[in-house]
Ligand binder design. Structure first.
Ligand code: XIL
Length: 300
């Protein structure tokens, strides 16, 4: 196969990228994205501040621009994201308690109704666990509504679109020896044992010198999979762009049958949220394939 998407499809997987609606007029960008990727995540356009800028008033203009581009080009989407402490609109930031809990439920229902039957995977909850050694929840306005907020979000999402696969997504849960990884693992195990609807775990996989790739990544993927959920690599970027690290990530996913696909967090280095100088992606800022691209293609 000569593209990332086609190469991933050889093993029944997908290869995706984050897309920014503001760049859909850039032919170099859309040319690469259309050619190489077959799964799309909106980089910001499906987040809470974008889709419900005023309470009860939903806006899907930019989200739909990406959805329509993806669909017209034969690509599926990962929905990102419904409940998160970050990128909340101002009105939500100022809520707490029962009114925030109900606003979260209404938000999930509003967004999932708009895309009902159209988006196969949703990041229902994003980044709910704390960094460091606690292995516990992150403090946030959502967490302060009660520890059950995550399972309420998942139950709400299941009812809103029963066809969607529901994912928990986080960063720094790649390294099996980290407390945060174990915290999320224990939550997923608990949800599966109690019948809370969860179908997948997203490993964001933003690798850098503070959270480097570790060879126990394959163990992490297989341990989550053994709980009976799919695993997706959802926001991959590697500061420095090491070809061998990119190949290791691909090999680790391919080693676990329930690792269903890989998404990189942007097309060209110049599109990266990290800045082009860190060279984290598979295409350089001119849109040329990097060594890491060839490494990934060969590993798939
Ligand atoms: C980032 C986007 O790439 C930026 O454009 C935005 O300013 C901030 O969010 N984890 C996530 C993603 O789940 O939504 C974040 O995306 C990167 C970290």
């Amino acid at each position: 196969a000569s593209t990332l998407g086609a190469a991933a499809a050889q093993s029944g997987r997908y290869f995706g990228t984050a897309i920014a609606s503001g760049k859909l007029g850039d032919g170099n960008y859309t040319g690469i994205a259309n050619r190489e990727f077959n799964m799309i995540t909106a980089e910001n356009e499906m987040k809470i501040d974008a889709t419900e800028p005023n309470q009860g008033q939903f806006n899907f203009n930019n989200a739909d621009r990406i959805y329509n581009w993806a669909t017209q080009n034969g690509k599926r989407m990962r929905g990102h994201t419904l409940a998160w402490h970050s990128q909340q609109p101002g009105w939500m930031q100022s809520l707490s308690g029962n009114s925030l809990r109900q606003a979260m439920i209404n938000h999930i229902n509003g967004v999932m109704a708009h895309y009902k039957g159209k988006i196969p995977y949703w990041d229902v909850v994003n980044e709910a666990y704390a960094d460091g050694n606690s292995g516990g929840r992150r403090d946030s306005n959502l967490q302060r509504t009660g520890n059950d907020w995550i399972e309420v979000a998942f139950r709400t999402a299941r009812a809103a679109d029963p066809a969607a696969k529901l994912c928990y997504n986080d960063y720094n849960i790649d390294n099996w020896s980290w407390a945060k990884t174990q915290g999320v693992y224990n939550m997923v195990r608990d949800f599966k044992s109690r019948g809370v609807p969860i179908d997948c775990v997203g490993l964001q996989s933003h690798f850098n010198s503070n959270s480097p790739y570790n060879s126990n990544y394959r163990t992490t993927i297989s341990q989550f999979a053994a709980l009976g959920v799919d695993v997706a690599i959802t926001e991959l970027d590697i500061q420095g762009g090491s070809s061998s690290t990119y190949a290791s990530v691909v090999n680790d996913c391919l080693a676990v049958s329930r690792c269903i696909g890989i998404t990189v967090w942007g097309v060209r280095d110049s599109d990266s949220w990290l800045g082009a100088n860190t060279s984290p992606l598979l295409f350089d800022s001119n849109g040329n394939k990097k060594a890491a691209y060839n490494s990934v293609l060969n590993a798939l």
